[in-house]
Design a protein around this ligand. Sequence first.
Ligand SMILES: CC(C)(COP(=O)(O)OP(=O)(O)OC[C@H]1O[C@@H](n2cnc3c(N)ncnc32)[C@H](O)[C@@H]1OP(=O)(O)O)[C@@H](O)C(=O)NCCC(=O)NCCS
Length: 323
Amino acid sequence: MHTRPLRTDELDLFVGATPDHRREVEQYLENMFAAGSMRPEWCFVAEEEGEGPVGRVAFWTLPGMEEPFALVLLDVPWDTDYVSGGTRLLEDVLEKARALGAEEIEHVVDDPPMRPQFQHHPQKRVALLEGVGFAFRRETGRFEWRGGEPPAVPGRLSFRTLEEVGEDAFVEAMTEVSEGTLDREIRGERERLGAQRAAREFFEDARRVKHDPAWWRLAYAPNGELVGLVMPAEPPGFLTIFYIGVVPRMRGQGYVDDLLAAGTATLLEARRETGNEKPLLADTDVANGPMAAAFERAGWVRFAGRREYIVALTPDRGQPAAV
Ligand SMILES: CC(C)(COP(=O)(O)OP(=O)(O)OC[C@H]1O[C@@H](n2cnc3c(N)ncnc32)[C@H](O)[C@@H]1OP(=O)(O)O)[C@@H](O)C(=O)NCCC(=O)NCCS
């Protein structure tokens, strides 16, 4: 078996792996190529001598980044002997990711299966991932805003934009609101990098995602004290609340509702202005009960779950290692 990148005239070979969802996968690739999150040469097929493709997978990254961040569109013949071919395909592409400078690679499995990845056979997928060193990181609930009218923003907070407060104050606020978070990924990054560096990196990652700086706002109580922040954004294909938080001393007063209403209204206004039909989607760690409850109170509906897996790619070895 041989793994190779796709030529630009061969996209058919790649989308043909899931014939029932051809159109959706084509559309997804088109959008991701345009956004700079994927590239034709980051799409791989595994071929068996004389048999044609027996598997496919692609790299995905944040727009503007040169190294891959995640694997998407993984498919192998799940009903036959997928283990040896699938393992080989994953090992080959992880090696390529490492060579491109990636230090870790993520892959998410959505339940129930849905566009654009249509991940049927979840147990087999997870077994394959774990077999090459991926480890479970966290599970999130996936929410979609299905309200009608934009939510009313209660008047008890005043807002200042990123441009008004400046970058340093904004990153400092991100550091403060992340303290005591119930989100395992954000907590893990704080432990790994320290609170300030983790906030700075989170800010830099967020900056790569399309947004209007006026969307990112700090919120203050009437006495001028900082309450929290909200960061709406537009990743390729949807609109989202990229980050939201309340400083520890202000928690338990429902301020998250004010911030979420403001962020949702921003996204709906952006959608109305551009006339696009992009969905409003957001993920939150299932361990972050107060956040999930806030989404539900605000008219967001939990429509799926997502399990995140991650593998560290050590620089000194050819093989991936578990985190
Ligand atoms: C999630 C978050 C925004 C909730 O804000 P909030 O305004 O305090 O939310 P609520 O007022 O609705 O809180 C509901 C309850 O959860 C509790 N709670 C809120 N955040 C908590 C936390 N991090 N740890 C433990 N309990 C928390 C509140 O004290 C309150 O308890 P009570 O009902 O006994 O009074 C806030 O915890 C936070 O900023 N967390 C860190 C950042 C984060 O995780 N953001 C979401 C990631 S996408």
